[in-house]
Design a protein around this ligand. Structure first.
Ligand SMILES: Cc1cc2nc3c(=O)[nH]c(=O)nc-3n(C[C@H](O)[C@H](O)[C@H](O)COP(=O)(O)O)c2cc1C
Length: 241
């Protein structure tokens, strides 16, 4: 289908740490790429993510020290902070349930749709719920232990599993965004070198939000590529059974 174009985009995307000061990124490129990011696959379609696009020059400058003075941030024309929002799970579960109901309209829901409504009404609150006494975790651990004694069962219990779940999906959105920016002829640098507490405070995010990564965007330069693209041998990472 679009095999060659895709290969080209994959090869074009490099982490670039020095963006051309003369070239701006068109607003439409950013908008399109962020909208494409929302189409990334994500766990149970819960979309527990937010993309905070920082375009304002002054605000980008305020972000430079928060990104530990990295050159990608210093020279960025745009920044996007990818944020996980586990705390919005009730809202998103209700939203998904409402989509199914909407789709059903006045007719009787099918078994498939009923299961979907139960999934968002009952399973999601159990999966994402937390409490200070660890009761949710205890229930999940017990369900997984006994449910999985004699058959395969999803192993999911505590806060770490919940955090991994939302970060996985958010990172897929970030990658979709980076590939889109590459397809548009611009460059990115994903960053995890930042002060997560200060970034959260700067954006006025609640305690339940976590910063997944910050992506610097601009027109890359040759100086911004720090070296050839080294990867370990395929035989060390690709296993066929
Ligand atoms: C989650 C994540 C965090 C990263 N953090 C940083 C960072 O803080 N600073 C930086 O210069 N590069 C960062 N990188 C870029 C990697 O160093 C880069 O992707 C890797 O060396 C491979 O090079 P390539 O992206 O050009 O293929 C990060 C990449 C990822 C995926």
């Amino acid at each position: 289908m679009h095999n060659e174009a895709f290969q080209e985009i994959i090869e074009y995307r490099r982490s670039n740490r020095k963006f051309d000061p003369q070239i701006e990124v068109p607003e439409a490129v950013m908008q399109r790429s962020l909208e494409r990011a929302t189409l990334a696959p994500n766990s149970s379609n819960m979309q527990l993510w937010e993309f905070h696009w920082i375009h304002d020059r002054k605000m980008i400058e305020e972000f430079v020290p928060l990104c530990l003075g990295q050159s990608a941030a210093k020279t960025a024309k745009e920044l996007v902070v990818f944020v996980t929002r586990r705390d919005l799970y009730r809202q998103r579960a209700r939203w998904n349930r409402a989509q199914i109901l909407n789709h059903t309209g006045k007719r009787e829901p099918s078994v498939f749709e009923k299961n979907g409504m139960d999934y968002y009404g009952k399973v999601m609150p159990l999966l994402y719920g937390r409490d200070i006494f660890g009761i949710h975790t205890l229930i999940r651990s017990s369900v997984c232990f006994f449910g999985g004694l004699f058959k395969p069962f999803m192993r999911f219990s505590g806060r770490t599993d919940q955090r991994i779940m939302v970060h996985k999906s958010c990172a897929l959105a970030a990658q979709t965004f980076m590939l889109s920016i590459a397809a548009e002829g611009f460059h990115t640098c994903p960053m995890e070198g930042f002060d997560k507490w200060r970034v959260r405070r700067k954006l006025g995010l609640p305690w339940g939000a976590e910063i997944n990564m910050i992506i610097a965007v601009g027109k890359g330069t040759e100086a911004g590529i720090w070296g050839p693209r080294f990867r370990v041998a395929n035989s060390e990472v690709i296993f066929k059974y």
